[in-house]
Design a protein around this ligand. Structure first.
Ligand code: SF4
Ligand code: SF4
Length: 196
């Protein structure tokens, strides 16, 4: 599994790409990708506050479900109108509260994407990241931003092979293989559970 495949930088990496990657946002290269952390934190806090308020007010299941559906429809609107136009996952990196929760909880995961010291900060990889996780600040500190999903899209974008998966005590090749095996197993397990 060579990270420098013939795949164009920015294209989804098969099963490594999440369901979000099927959106219109994956059709274009990201330009000026930014992660609006404050917006997403505000949405997250608002969702929690509304959920608790609905509970305290005794709002019915139908009304609560309708509100949840409306929130989801707004997200689809952000995906279509903003992510599709800008070419990166604005709905994921700056709107979806689940994205914030998974990015935060995901830090427990020992797998990381790392940028090597041989990086010359050319920024060729920036446009390959549809999650706004490879801006110049991230490149300078040699690790992607918190919105990184470990999708692997950026690996092929660096012709100096400076981007790689990292796992404690493993070489970069072993870490990549271990990550691919883990993702394949998880997909198989969850698909199997879904069928049951
Ligand atoms: S990781 Fe590679 S592509 Fe990205 S800035 Fe560094 S040298 Fe350039
Ligand atoms: S930095 Fe993370 S999210 Fe962005 S392309 Fe690389 S692996 Fe994917």
């Amino acid at each position: 599994m060579d990270g420098n495949s013939a795949r164009e930088p920015g294209e989804p990496t098969g099963f490594l790409a999440g369901w979000c990657s099927s959106s219109a946002a994956s059709a274009r290269r990201p330009r000026n990708a930014r992660h609006f952390a404050a917006v997403r934190a505000g949405v997250f806090a608002s969702v929690l506050a509304v959920a608790f308020a609905l509970r305290r007010l005794g709002v019915g299941v139908f009304e609560a479900t309708a509100l949840g559906a409306a929130f989801g429809i707004v997200g689809v609107g952000v995906m279509a109108a903003v992510s599709g136009r800008l070419g990166y996952m604005v709905h994921c990196t700056s709107y979806c509260p689940i994205g914030l929760a998974s990015n935060t909880i995901g830090r427990i995961n020992p797998f990381r994407v790392h940028i090597g010291e041989g990086c010359d900060e050319c920024r060729a990889c920036t446009a390959s990241c549809r999650y706004a996780a490879l801006n110049i600040e991230h490149i300078r500190r040699r690790r992607p931003g918190i919105t990184c999903t470990l999708c692997g899209d950026c690996l092929a974008a660096c012709d100096k092979r400076q981007i790689h998966y990292r796992f404690p005590e493993l070489t970069r090749e072993q870490a990549r293989t271990a990550f691919l095996v883990l993702v394949a197993v998880l997909h198989a397990v969850f698909l199997g559970v879904a069928r049951i």
